[in-house]
Design a protein. Structure first.
Length: 163
């Protein structure tokens, strides 16, 4: 078994800022702007999730960060209003092989499903994660969908999530 843990943003982040966070990420504002001419997304962006947390270095946040940063970079060039980054509720879905999976929500990771039920959620997530690749209208529609629906959330709290 090889056990590997820990996360670290690319060293490229140092070219953007001298004030990196503890994961080597660039601080960004609510529009994901790091410098007047630079927007940051994904694992390199220390974006606020809420008043207490920054985003995780995971697909769950990297994907919507990329959508919003890309939108804002284009909008900035075109002189259009920028969009705020507003992540959905935080979840985790951990595959446990033959034991199924465990699905939690919230930063305190309350277990919402386990075993085969959670495995089904994991399978769905692994299908939703892939964007369309060969249809321009579908690609553009997917780019606009920053959040996707997940189970175990009240109607007004539908979540963004992957992996
Ligand atoms: C082993 C592993 C397992 C993971 N499993 C999960 C999971 O189950 N669920 C989950 O949510 N997240 C998971 N993650 C995290 C997830 O993959 C990342 O959060 C996500 O890919 C970050 O997206 P990104 O676009 O910021 O960076 P990346 O996907 O890393 O993309 C960065 C790209 O930049 C390119 N690049 C780097 N340097 C340069 C350069 N100088 N010039 C040009 N291009 C460059 C790289 O080649 C790469 O293609 C996992 C990560 C790892 C490493």
């Amino acid at each position: 078994m090889v056990w590997s843990v820990g996360m670290r943003a690319s060293e490229l982040a140092r070219q953007i800022s001298d004030e990196l966070d503890h994961l080597g990420r660039v601080p960004v504002d609510r529009h994901l702007r790091a410098l007047p001419e630079v927007f940051a997304a994904g694992d390199t962006a220390a974006a606020a999730f809420d008043a207490e947390h920054t985003v995780m270095q995971a697909c769950q946040h990297a994907t919507p960060l990329g959508k919003v940063a890309g939108y804002n970079a284009a909008a900035d060039l075109l002189g259009l209003p920028l969009r705020d980054f507003t992540p959905g509720p935080y979840v985790t879905c951990l595959d446990l092989g033959a034991a199924g999976a465990v699905f939690t929500r919230g930063w305190d990771r309350r277990v919402m499903a386990s075993g085969a039920e959670a495995k089904e959620v994991k399978k769905q997530i692994n299908q939703w994660i892939h964007p369309p690749v060969d249809d321009a209208s579908q690609i553009l529609a997917a780019a606009d969908r920053v959040s996707i629906e997940l189970p175990f959330f009240p109607r007004d709290e539908k979540a963004v999530a992957t992996g």
